[in-house]
Design a protein around this ligand. Structure first.
Ligand SMILES: [Ca+2]
Ligand SMILES: [Ca+2]
Length: 437
């Protein structure tokens, strides 16, 4: 069944909170820490909740050793790192803790040299970058500081500072570059200003450059990357709660341009977000009160596809000189004949052509459900798959310009050495199994 390209409400956080941190590991979104602001001491959480988009359910995980809000989080090699933030004293923390979802355990790591909250955190090439931030929550010393953490050595080193001091900015990594967007800067005692600033850091050269500013200056926005573009959702236009926005703006780094997207149903600031299967989930936040809201958006219409119709294993031999058939499945709400074959790619490969560039397409009902399916063919050698790939993703557009996305599991042969050993410790038995395919 096709799933519409718009915002939809999902199961809320078990614990409503704002200023939480999050990231995605193996298709699961982890929402970590956060707070409930009060007129007295803030309630600060160590809470960790995991969201499974396939089942639309949340479950609790082992809490962080150190309760925090305004921390940053990112993942490297299957581990979630949570850095900095603040406890109920409101003073910035240097604490660095790492969560391993395989064991549901936390461990302490080398603290960050400069304690900060409201910092932006991103990982590139296996290194974690802690960028900007502030000493305490409201209009105190703000930072341009960049410190890099190497999980292999558990050490920090100082990198080139950002051009603009700021905190509560959003960060995203696209093609190995770290984009730091918006945020807030200190103007004077207890006075701050939201920024439209976009600066990009190249970890390989340790240099910064400035890009086209975001249309809506804001801080405390949530962000995520879908198909090479950065989505920035919600946030606060100034330091007052009534300035909460639902605006969604999208940055295309190739063209260095911004565009507006459909706004979030629920305006909020200090939410957090993660992307799974090209869908961004924006969770929690604050507007009048703390929220558990979870809203999801994708620019794609999600459609069903069947690689090698009639074959459930979807084995792809990368050495084959032939083509792979793929059906885009029709449904009560989606007619795949509206898809323009010239726009379609599977694992980066275009639709195979014959003769004078005519795409190899046909109409069929491969699953006999009464809805016509569009059958396409792709040259195996053009598929950008590796021996460890476990799914192939199809992108395309309808003639009216609606982007579509579909995915199907694949089993790639020949299997790489490492995978073969991992799957068949006995050796000979594994080889015999492989030989039968
Ligand atoms: Ca199949
Ligand atoms: Ca069908």
């Amino acid at each position: 069944m096709a799933r519409a390209a718009s915002w939809s409400a999902k199961s809320p956080l078990l614990t409503a909170r704002c200023c939480l941190a999050s990231d995605v590991l193996d298709g699961t979104l982890y929402a970590v820490g956060g707070e409930v602001p009060t007129s007295g001491p803030n309630v600060v959480y160590a809470t960790v909740e995991a969201y499974d988009p396939d089942t639309d359910t949340w479950s609790s995980r082992a809490p962080m050793p150190t309760p925090r809000y305004g921390a940053g989080a990112t993942t490297i090699a299957g581990v979630l790192y949570v850095i900095g933030g603040s406890d109920s004293s409101n003073f910035a923390s240097p604490v660095m803790e790492a969560y391993d979802p395989r064991t549901n355990t936390w461990s302490a790591k080398a603290p960050m040299p400069t304690p900060r909250m409201g910092l932006a955190v991103a990982a590139a090439n296996g290194i974690l970058y802690a960028i900007g931030g502030v000493t305490i929550g409201y209009a105190n010393e703000d930072y341009a500081t960049v410190e890099a953490y190497d999980p292999g050595t558990n050490t920090w080193i100082v990198k080139s500072p950002m051009p603009t001091k700021r905190y509560f900015a959003a960060a995203a990594v696209i093609d190995g570059l770290i984009y730091v967007v918006g945020g807030e800067k200190v103007l004077g005692p207890s006075v701050s200003q939201s920024l439209p600033t976009v600066e990009v850091y190249d970890p390989t050269t340790d240099t910064w450059s400035t890009k086209a500013p975001m249309p809506t200056a804001r801080h405390g926005a949530a962000s995520g990357v879908i198909a090479g573009e950065m989505y920035v959702a919600g946030g606060s236009l100034n330091e007052y709660v009534e300035s909460t926005t639902s605006a969604v703006e999208v940055y295309d780094p190739r063209a260095n341009v911004w565009r507006s997207e459909v706004p979030m149903p629920t305006a909020r600031q200090f939410a957090s977000a993660g992307v799974v299967d090209d869908i961004i989930y924006v969770v929690g936040g604050f507007h009048d009160s703390v929220l558990g809201v979870n809203e999801a958006f994708s620019p794609f219409l999600h459609v069903g596809i069947d690689i090698k119709p009639g074959d459930a294993r979807n084995t792809i031999n990368l050495k084959s000189a032939g083509t792979v058939p793929v059906a885009i499945l029709g449904s009560a709400t989606f007619d795949p004949m509206t898809v323009d074959p010239a726009t379609v790619t599977l694992a980066g490969a275009p639709v195979a052509t014959r003769g004078r560039g005519v795409p190899m397409t046909s109409q069929d009902d491969v699953n006999h459900d009464g809805y016509p399916d569009l059958l396409l063919h792709f040259r195996t050698r053009e598929l950008q798959l590796t021996p460890t790939s476990t799914e192939a993703v199809l992108y395309g557009e309808t003639y009216s310009g609606q982007r579509i996305r579909g995915a199907d599991p694949v089993r790639v042969v020949p299997i790489s050495r490492s995978v073969r050993f991992a799957r068949s410790p006995e050796g000979p038995r594994g080889r015999r199994i492989l030989a039968t395919h």
